[in-house]
Ligand binder design. Structure first.
Ligand code: PLP
Length: 364
């Protein structure tokens, strides 16, 4: 069940960390990407047992068979040799960009998308080629054949968009034709609501680095090292692995213990969580339809965000001021290279969703 964690150290509930200027006496926190839901007991037990052991020295805990087993839920087979444990998904994306491109090379990124991916390009002094894919509309004419890497978040954070088979094939064929590496952040790929599981990038295109983690699916973002890369091509994998080893960016034992517990025995917890999220999604959809029909909302087929188009209420600063007044804390679109929009995290209690929409309807 959903439960507020406001007495804990959760960043989500800290006014100073929240976007905007949150002075409201009863703020409603629906921003950063974690869920108001306690983690699975199996993960808590596994971490506790590890903490009560006397082995805090260097350790080598294998995660490959649990990752393989977890992908089988998506009807996807992977070879355990393709796997590399990582400190985090974002450090994996930065390493991939820096390893496989040179300064000033072009890297395709999408907008709106998760800001640290765009920053991975800019902070590495590569040139971002930004492709606007609002509502998942992409066509080949907007892609750049001179780019060295296509960096994609799929399903997309913040709008939950899942590309269809034709679009995925088009991207893969384009990249194959122009010898472009695909780096895919799949961290939201388990959280798909309707239809079949989405294909994994390593299954679609072999010149790719798929980045994933148990952190979003199992609400373990405070243990970011439950991340890994899947790289079918041997020479790409070896080159990437050398840099990860040299920079000490692989994962530590606590994270690996958490990942193994989640993937091996957290299936039931995950299914239950996904169905609670789906109920919230339906609830939010109907609350917006009833109380805020004039606000365009995108809720794709994945993950726990609603993406609100608040453009007509002024620029980001003006909209932020209205949100501050009613004490509703959302993530501003500029974090996703898309000002004018705001992201609402609906992995909260249904009561909180009612309260939020009620307040929004007074302000917009
Ligand atoms: C798309 C996406 N990638 C990566 C991350 C963060 O992953 P990590 O902490 O492993 O870098 C997030 C967190 O919200 C995310 O939404």
């Amino acid at each position: 069940m959903f439960a507020e964690r406001s007495t804990s150290q959760a960043l989500k509930y800290q006014r100073e960390a929240a976007p905007g200027n949150c002075k409201h006496e009863d703020p409603l926190f629906l921003w950063i990407a974690d869920m108001d839901i306690p983690p699975s007991d199996t993960v808590i037990t596994a971490i506790s047992e590890f903490l009560h052991s006397d082995t805090f020295g260097y350790a080598d805990i294998d995660i490959s068979s649990s990752v393989r087993q977890w992908y089988q839920r998506r009807d996807t087979e992977l070879s355990t040799d393709w796997l590399l444990p990582l400190h985090s998904v974002v450090s994996g994306a930065i390493t991939a960009v820096r390893t496989f491109t040179s300064p000033d090379d072009k890297v395709m990124v999408f907008a709106p998308t998760y800001g640290p991916l765009y920053n991975a390009v800019v902070s590495s002094e590569r040139r971002p080629v930004v492709i606007d894919w609002a509502k998942g509309n992409i066509d080949e004419k907007r892609l750049d054949p001179d780019a060295k890497v296509l960096l994609i978040c799929h399903p997309n954070n913040p709008d939950g968009i899942v590309l269809n088979h034709q679009q995925l094939t088009m991207l893969s064929e384009f990249c194959e034709k122009h010898d472009i590496l695909i780096v895919a952040d799949e961290v939201h790929a388990d959280l798909v609501f309707e239809g079949p599981a989405i294909p994994a990038w390593f299954d679609l295109y072999k010149k790719s680095i798929t980045l994933n983690s148990a952190s979003k699916s199992f609400n373990l973002s405070g243990i970011p090292a439950s991340a890994y890369a899947i790289i079918p091509d041997e020479s790409i994998r070896k080159r990437f692995a050398r840099v990860i080893a040299r920079t000490h960016l692989d994962s530590g034992p606590v994270a690996r213990v958490a990942l193994n517990a989640a993937y091996q025995s957290g299936g039931k917890w995950f299914d239950n969580t996904l169905s609670l999220l789906n109920e919230n999604r339906e609830l939010l959809r109907s609350l917006f339809a009833q109380l805020l029909p004039e606000i365009p909302v995108t809720m794709g087929n994945a993950t726990y965000f609603a993406w609100l188009n608040l453009n007509k209420y002024g620029d980001e600063k003006e909209v932020q001021a209205r949100l501050d007044d009613i004490g509703v804390v959302l993530s501003p679109g500029s974090e996703f290279q898309y000002p004018g929009y705001f992201r609402l995290n609906f992995a909260v209690s249904p009561e909180l969703l009612h309260k939020t929409v009620d307040r929004l309807s007074q302000a917009f």
